[in-house]
Design a protein around this ligand. Structure first.
Ligand code: FAD
Length: 473
């Protein structure tokens, strides 16, 4: 019967759609239901990441960086930029086109892999049944041996600064500005706040980021985070740490934000305010509680090491189960789950999850910071390789930043690599591989790196751990 499946995946974001494809490749008859509707009411697979997160934000980061470099750096290369113009509508069209090419690609992948892709809402009914409600209202009940919940997350809405979609916006709204705001306030200096701040600040908005915590990016090694903060501040991002926002009010022509900093109350007006204080699990309308699926106190779906919920035959992956709320973590979980359903022994290594902030310079890290390694009782040795000594970075006129390697002094094993610098999002892959293969500093020291490359600086940082770098002074 056509509505009977082996696997039904609810949610077609980076966790759900790879799970569906891999399940189908492994011989399961699979459907993937996805509710996403873009602002023009067009449905699209890909979830937050492809439609309103990773991809559109990176498209704008790339465009704004190009604009910034033309304005501020082209002259150093002997290139006159003439009269530089900014066509934001065209920039936004390019962003949309990049997203749409990729979301369209998922449809093609579904067809090639025989996954039934369904646009609409999925709701668990219990006993292996899922109600599918298409966007036109038509409903159908699907049956499945395995049901995978991959419904993702949504932005946290602050009571003191509620989204109004006009001046007080979430990250999706902030990707769709049609004009560069003259003044921009952001609540939250986390990854999303800093990336969006970077975009609009480079395009000309006077940008202030208010962060309640006293430290910048506390999950990053303190030495690297301090260096990153220095570079971002130099570019004009006004990041105020320890600033607790008390209220935000849309007055019609701007937003008044009241906050407390160093025990003093202040108030500031912004044309737009982005609230970027984190994301929370999204389970609305999926019927989880009705069939008795347990959630934790923060609303994340509780799962065991094999992504099984407490209800037999119901699994969950991606942002909705918490942990690192990142697309690649969801992808790995989706693939691992599909393979586990087929009887394979696939596991996700949560000790080697790369994280990146796509500013310029970029900030990237994997594994432990020096502080975390010490807190875990490791005897630590470190090496810090500055890009200022790297030939390629110099040639690129992008020599800001450093790579820090954190290793265990007794075993020589690399525990973490934290970096700030040009294209560290790409350099990070080598560090992830080092952690995945449990590499020692010796292993990397004996690995030849091409010259001149940015990756040489990872080699250099490793050599610096044991004081045997040739280029250090
Ligand atoms: P989602 O991508 O949220 O997908 C869930 C899908 O399920 C959605 O399409 C939703 O409509 C659908 N759904 C929900 N309920 C139902 C239902 N009942 N029935 C059917 N469908 C349903 N991560 C990175 O790794 N790198 C980045 O650079 C990055 N940048 C980001 C930038 C921004 C601005 C934001 C907001 C996020 C960013 N992220 C980034 C995070 C990343 O987007 C998420 O971690 C990722 O999308 C989570 O994948 P997911 O599949 O779990 O959930």
């Amino acid at each position: 019967m056509s509505n009977e499946y082996d696997v039904v995946v609810i949610g077609g974001g980076p966790a759900g759609y790879p799970c569906a494809i891999r399940a189908s490749q492994l011989g399961f008859k699979t459907a993937c239901i996805d509710a996403w509707l873009n602002k023009d009411n067009t449905p699209a697979f890909g979830g937050t990441c492809l439609n309103a997160g990773c991809i559109p934000s990176k498209a704008l980061l790339e465009s704004s960086e190009l604009y910034y470099r033309m304005r501020h750096e082209a002259a150093a290369h002997g290139i006159g930029s003439g009269t530089l113009t900014l066509d934001l509508a065209k920039m936004q069209q390019r962003k949309q086109s990049v997203s749409r090419q990729l979301t369209g690609g998922i449809k093609t992948l579904f067809a090639a892999n025989k996954v039934t892709g369904l646009h609409g809402t999925g709701r668990l009914l219990g006993e292996g049944r899922v109600e599918f409600k298409a966007h036109d209202g038509a409903t159908e009940v699907l049956k499945a041996r395995h049901i995978v919940v991959a419904t993702g997350s949504e932005p946290v809405n602050l009571k003191i600064a509620p989204f109004d979609g006009e001046r007080i916006v979430d990250s999706w709204g902030a990707l769709d500005f049609t004009e560069v705001p003259e003044t921009l306030g952001i609540i939250g200096a986390g990854v999303i706040g800093v990336e969006l701040g970077s975009v609009w600040s480079r395009l000309g908005a006077r940008t202030v980021i208010l962060e309640a915590l006293p430290n910048f990016l506390p999950m990053v090694d303190a030495q690297i985070a301090r260096e990153a903060l220095r570079h971002l501040t130099k570019q004009g991002l006004d990041i105020r740490l320890g600033a607790k926002v008390l209220s935000a009010k849309n007055n019609g022509k701007d937003v008044t934000v009241e906050y407390e900093l160093n025990g003093e109350r202040s108030s500031e007006r912004f044309e737009k305010l982005i609230v970027a204080v984190g994301r929370r699990p999204y389970t609305k309308g999926a019927g989880l509680e009705q069939i008795g699926v347990q959630l934790d106190e923060r609303g994340f779906v509780k799962v065991d090491a094999h992504y099984r919920t407490n209800v037999p035959g119901v699994y969950a992956i991606g942002d909705v189960i918490g942990g690192a709320m990142l697309a690649h973590k969801g992808i790995e979980e989706g693939v691992a789950l599909a393979e586990q359903l087929a009887g394979h022994h696939t596991q996700v290594n949560y000790n080697a999850v790369p994280s990146v902030v796509y500013t310029a310079p970029e900030i990237g890290w994997v594994g432990l910071s020096e502080e975390q390694a010490r807190a875990k009782g490791h005897e630590v040795k470190t090496g810090l390789g500055p890009f200022a000594a790297n030939g390629r970075a110099k040639a690129m006129e992008q020599a800001a930043g450093s790579i820090k390697v954190i290793a265990d002094a007794k075993t020589d094993r690399i525990l973490g690599v934290h970096m700030v610098g040009p294209y560290v999002s790409e350099l990070l892959a080598e560090a992830v591989l080092a952690l995945e293969f449990a590499a020692t500093c010796e292993d990397i020291a004996l690995t030849m790196h091409g010259h001149p490359t940015l990756s040489e600086n990872f080699h250099e940082a490793v050599l610096l751990v044991d004081g045997r770098a040739v280029h250090a002074v």
